[in-house]
Design a protein around this ligand. Structure first.
Ligand code: CU
Length: 93
């Protein structure tokens, strides 16, 4: 049952709201370990449509991304870092 609950929560979190707004998420990127990784990740996220501010910290292994949720969604951000070679997850608030 726990898996089902998680799936429902994820669905609610990830499903697009009826209004458009800038959303900020913090992505945890465990594979990021130096300034070069930081740049690669930032570039990858920059290519995603609707992405605004990107703050990547290799020290924290985190990327804080602000995006227009009418144009993109969290999955696209996760996909972008994964395709760049850095799988990431959403850090719970
Ligand atoms: Cu590196």
């Amino acid at each position: 049952m726990k898996t089902l609950t998680t799936a429902v929560v994820l669905y609610l979190v990830l499903s697009a709201p009826a209004w458009a707004a800038n959303t900020t998420v913090t992505l945890t990127v465990p594979g990021m370990h130096c300034a070069a990784c930081q740049i690669t990740i930032k570039k990858a996220l920059n290519k995603v449509e609707g992405v605004g501010k990107i703050d990547v910290s290799f020290e924290k292994k985190e990327a804080v991304v602000t995006f227009d949720d009418a144009k993109t969604k969290v999955e696209a951000l996760l996909e972008a870092t994964k395709n760049a070679g850095y799988p990431s997850t959403v850090k719970p608030r």
